[in-house]
Design a protein around this ligand. Sequence first.
Ligand code: 6GU
Length: 249
Amino acid sequence: MRIDVITIFPEYLAPLELSLIGRARRDGLVDVQVHDLRDWTHDRHRTVDDSPLGGGAGMVMKPEPWAEAFAAVRADGQRALGEDVEPLVVFPNPAGVPFAQATAQEWSQCEWLVFACGRYEGIDERVYEHLADLGYEIALASLGDYVLNGGEVAVLAITEAVVRLVPGVVGNAESLLEESHSEGMLEYPLYTRPATWDDPAGVSREVPPILLSGDHGKIAAWRHQQALERTRQRRPDLLGPVDAPGAET
Ligand code: 6GU
């Protein structure tokens, strides 16, 4: 998989050199290229923003650097991947479609993702129209219902969620099957040794005895029931409208 990130803060993406993603890059499983949008400006101040036409607070990102950046990144990627390969262009945006585990699953199958990090109030709308005219596939993705200062933190989160699903990146692929959101539910509670733990307050805490029973069928059933109960309590929305108040007729 190839991932390009276009940003005015390339240093913000430094964590992509660490841990699981850093190792995946060194192993050649994912090629991450971070680009400074200001490289596609031509004035002395390397200007990427201007005040909103029609008035209003804040600044808007100018279209010209973005158009040049996409053309250059597309050409660069196609030299590496092949002239017939096209990227999915992702704009992190609080007004986008909620990013979820299903999105991560889908995008982990992509050969090429290009992330475009907006800052300020946003990007001139004509950039999206231009890219659509050129035939780019575009997605606007939101992390949730709150506002960040720019797309960079969202790119870190989305990239981590996507790359860990690329085959070979997570050593124990089985661990991806039972985690939260993999089956539309939250994960069951986890325990390890010691089976009896005397906590610092002097309370003796046992793990649920069933986990020591060796009965794998019963353990699986218990875990499923725990996952369901936890999901009902914390995230009833994941279980669908059956449990919603007032859904009964
Ligand atoms: Cl993807 N971007 C920004 N700027 N703010 C957000 C977000 C994304 N998701 C939630 N808030």
